[in-house]
Ligand binder design. Structure first.
Ligand SMILES: [Zn+2]
Length: 74
């Protein structure tokens, strides 16, 4: 899973990264750009990991199921 922080004060958004790093990036952004404000904004969560081959493995599983169904019907 990937996390991304969106600032509540400006249009800043971090890159997709880990949950713990998002917290650090958000704190750093607020310290630099909104030093007098309490940390706000939202964290977006991407269920798909952009670094994994999740989509490909799903296709592989679907293909395997098709092969199994095809062989069982013979
Ligand atoms: Zn900001």
């Amino acid at each position: 899973m990937a996390h991304r922080y969106r600032c509540g004060e400006c249009r800043f958004a971090t890159r997709w990264t880990t949950e713990s790093e998002v917290g650090d990036l958000a704190a750093a952004h607020y310290a630099e750009n909104h030093p007098r404000l309490v940390l706000g904004g939202i964290v977006e969560i991407n269920q798909k990991n952009p670094n994994s081959l999740g989509c490909l493995s799903m296709l592989g599983i679907a293909f395997l199921l098709l092969v199994i169904v095809a062989t069982c019907r013979r």
